[in-house]
Design a protein around this ligand. Structure first.
Ligand SMILES: CC(C)(COP(=O)(O)OP(=O)(O)OC[C@H]1O[C@@H](n2cnc3c(N)ncnc32)[C@H](O)[C@@H]1OP(=O)(O)O)[C@@H](O)C(=O)NCCC(=O)NCCS
Length: 192
């Protein structure tokens, strides 16, 4: 199976595959510092614990090998400042990935998540058989929605969604970028 690179060097930002238990102390600390920033939009924050972060890290290798989730630490100035990834739910078609991201609050406002997402889009379309990438967020989560908008994604669909995190409105906003659109938008340099 074709797999994306384990390390992606960007301008000032590194995406690197999580490294199992070795990342536990740092990732747990970064999450602890980010909880109130993430809580409005990220439902799993309600179950945040050392055990949960341990399980997350322990499950990365198998999920990567299966092509179900390519999860990267976002590294800035030598430290983890967030995470991003390409992943599939049980019902995600085999010709697509969903893209997700979160940042420590101190790392926001500098284009880090946008650069990370752009790099993952490029990697997704290097994998054979991938026709589109989607980003799903609550319509009220404007910071999240600004990322697909910057990268040339097209708003594809809104659908009712369970309210899982406190600020969620009960709707999902789904953005989609096809392989063809990505070629046009990302290659033209229009997107940051
Ligand atoms: C979603 C989230 C990662 C977005 O973070 P962000 O800092 O807004 O996104 P970026 O890192 O791409 O930075 C964009 C900001 O940097 C600015 N910026 C500076 N240089 C930039 C560059 N080269 N490219 C893009 N933006 C740049 C942008 O103008 C923007 O600032 P603005 O919001 O004041 O306009 C962050 O809000 C977060 O962690 N939220 C909680 C978790 C979450 O909601 N995750 C998504 C769930 S669907």
């Amino acid at each position: 199976m074709d797999l994306p690179p384990q390390v992606i060097e960007l301008d000032g930002v590194t995406l690197r595959r999580f490294n199992g238990e070795a990342d536990l102390p740092e990732l747990f600390r970064v999450l602890e510092e980010s909880l109130e920033h993430l809580r409005p939009w990220v439902h799993w924050v309600a179950e945040h614990s050392l055990a949960r972060t341990t399980t997350f890290l322990a499950s990365r290798a198998e999920r990567w090998a299966d092509g179900d989730a390519f999860s990267y630490a976002i590294v800035l100035d030598g430290g983890i400042v967030g995470a991003c990834g390409l992943f599939r739910h049980d019902d995600t078609p085999a010709n697509s990935y969903e893209l997700g991201y979160w940042l420590h609050p101190a790392a926001t406002g500098r284009g880090v998540a946008t650069r990370a997402a752009r790099a993952l889009v490029e990697q997704a379309f290097r994998l054979p058989g991938i026709d589109y990438v989607e980003i799903v967020h609550d319509p009220a989560n404007l910071a999240s929605g600004a990322i697909p908008a910057r990268l040339g994604f097209i708003e594809h669909l809104r659908r009712p969604a369970e309210r899982l995190a406190p600020a969620e409105t009960g709707e999902d906003q789904i953005w989609r970028l096809t392989r063809r659109q990505a070629k046009a938008t990302l290659a033209s340099g229009e997107a940051p």
